[in-house]
Design a protein around this ligand. Structure first.
Ligand SMILES: [Zn+2]
Length: 98
């Protein structure tokens, strides 16, 4: 891939949609994570203290992790459509495949 502006070959993929998606997903996942933590804590509370903590932790991790993964998937189609897919490292021009 070569920059259409300055001809440099020093071009990188931006993955902006993926980054924004996974960020937004992580936030949304955080909400799920709190619910997951609550549900996990309730399930875990059959074993007092340790079960509550472990259950809450597992619920939180599953919620936050799946949110980020789903967000990244949702954001991926935006790359190359809504957002320019490539960025020139020499002149900072952003562009898509010709
Ligand atoms: Zn350039």
């Amino acid at each position: 891939m070569i920059c259409p502006e300055c001809g440099a070959a020093n071009v990188q993929r931006r993955n902006l949609g993926r980054k924004i998606g996974s960020g937004a997903g992580a936030v949304a996942g955080g909400v799920l994570a709190v619910e997951g933590a609550t549900a996990g804590a309730i399930v875990g509370s059959t074993i007092p203290v340790i079960g509550t903590i472990a259950g809450g932790l597992i619920g939180f991790i599953i919620g936050a992790g799946s949110g980020a993964a789903v967000g990244a998937l949702a954001g991926e189609p935006l790359d190359g459509t809504v957002f320019d897919e490539f960025c020139c490292q020499e002149c900072s021009t952003t562009f898509n495949k010709p």
